[in-house]
Design a protein around this ligand. Sequence first.
Ligand SMILES: [Zn+2]
Length: 244
Amino acid sequence: MKLTVIGCWGGYPKKNEASSGYLLEHDGFKLLIDCGSGVLSKMQNFVQPEQLDALVLSHYHPDHNADIGVLYHARLIQGFLGKKPPVLPIYGHNLDQAEFSKLTYKNVTTGVAYQLDQTLEVGPFRITFLRTVHPVPCFAMRIEVEGKVLVYTADTAYKEEFTDFSRNADVLLCECNFYGQQSGKGAGHMNSFDTGKLASLAEVKRLVLTHLPHYGDLNQLLEEAKQKYNGPIQLAHEGLTISL
Ligand SMILES: [Zn+2]
């Protein structure tokens, strides 16, 4: 599978960039993971809105779902222009019915609830979920295809269960919204030391830090995570692609 980072900023998009959005491709299937503010615009550098085959949302915070409304418009308008795309499945949790109900729009998209105890099959991808520690219900994803594994933490404070959930992943796409001297616990986020500790305990092959803060020297995040984890590590950025 191929991962392309569309946006990597926590909370809101940096100028001319996007908040959370990740494109996963395998065998021609195009799966978008999260669709935060700025994603619809930046996504068009890599894939057109009408080309998406499915969308999975980790939770209903605007830096992860703000652009679903304009995604509906894009597919609706492309339909008017004669390129009517199929109804897009949008997978989300149904612990917030008001938000879940917004995933279904005319004949453009259909909301589909995923469940904690069930493996979700989306095109070639097999996805399992872990409830995270966050102010609203949020789910991390372990995404597998042909023996390769990508784990996306979504938004979360550190949680021990992440070790087994992330075990031996080829890529751990890990949120890192705080520097080492800060505690992310109250806000439901990890700091750089948490990310390194998790990557090390889970023995992942590669660590990518994302959901980045808007202040400070981001290289400090890498240096701090490296104090806990010996493997390859890097910061996410728009256009970063990883084949696994
Ligand atoms: Zn959030």
